[in-house]
Write a protein that binds this ligand. Structure first.
Ligand code: NDP
Length: 245
């Protein structure tokens, strides 16, 4: 029960990696706040965990500030912020629209910025906090993802900068960078490419040294580690969770 009585807020918590992260924290005693664009997936995840569900669009400042205000108002504190909200709008550069660019940059970069800025306030006040942002192996470059890889690389810079600014307030800020994880996002990629998802997974696994694709729980475990006391001297780092170097 490493996180007993701690309050953990997870954006994009209604599905995939965010949902697995909510379960992981709840299983270790945390009170979880599951936030997502729509209330119903957030409620589906939060209910069995006896957590709080909140609808929040992370690209909207008013929505984000209201969410953090509600968490602190109803649960009294905020110990950890996990930013999982994300979208993809893949296309080769010459076909990528302004909308493809803006929506991905806004969701990942502006969304994480708004959440971090709102969350630091109660954390600085208590001189304690953890933040984990979701980067990706795409930060290293990935064909068809100019928008997404830019955002995911940017999040690593954001975490390093916030680790410097917030370290004096005993706040650790890190990113995890997953490779291929089996979620709706990777299923959507297979669909867009016109590839059967099962065949897509087999193909991906054959490129991974550990010989398998990742599951949301693989990422949730690393996020939980980064928020634990065991990781209290780790900040501004990126941990790749990809089954290989
Ligand atoms: P999912 O699509 O399964 O979950 C993402 C969640 O974020 C969805 O519930 C989605 O809602 C929500 N969301 C989208 N936009 C917003 C918004 N503006 N405000 C609030 N919530 C929003 O994705 P994954 O679990 O796969 O991904 C989680 C994170 O991990 C993402 O940041 C992703 O980029 C990253 N990642 C994933 C990898 C993978 O292989 N799956 C690899 C590397 C990184 P809705 O369903 O309504 O759109």
């Amino acid at each position: 029960m490493k996180f007993k009585d701690q309050v953990v807020l997870i954006t994009g918590g209604g599905r995939g990696i965010g949902a697995a992260t909510a379960s992981r924290f709840a299983s270790e005693g945390a009170r979880v706040v599951v936030s997502d664009l729509d209330l119903s997936p957030a409620e589906e995840v939060a209910k069995p965990l006896q957590g709080l569900a909140i609808a929040c669009d992370v690209t909207d400042r008013v929505s984000v500030e209201a969410m953090v205000g509600r968490v602190v108002g109803e649960l009294g504190r905020l110990d950890a912020l996990i930013c999982c909200a994300g979208i993809i709008r893949d296309n080769l550069l010459f076909k990528m629209t302004d909308e493809d660019w803006d929506s991905v940059i806004d969701t990942h970069l502006k969304g994480t910025f708004l959440c971090a800025r709102a969350a630091q306030k109660p954390m600085v006040g208590r001189k304690s906090g953890k933040m984990v942002f979701l980067s990706s192996t795409s930060a290293l470059g990935n064909r068809g993802q100019t928008n997404y890889s830019t955002a995911k690389a940017g999040l690593q810079g954001m975490a390093r900068t916030l680790a410097i600014e917030l370290g004096p307030f005993n706040i650790n800020v890190n990113t995890v960078a997953p490779g291929f994880i089996e979620t709706r996002m990777t299923r959507a990629t297979a669909e867009r490419m016109g590839v059967d998802f099962e065949a897509f997974k087999v193909g991906a696994a054959s490129q991974i040294p550990l010989g398998r694709i990742g599951q949301p729980e693989d990422v949730a475990a690393v996020i939980a580690f980064l928020c634990s006391e065991d990781a209290s001297f780790i900040s501004g780092q990126t941990i790749y969770v990809r089954g290989g170097p």
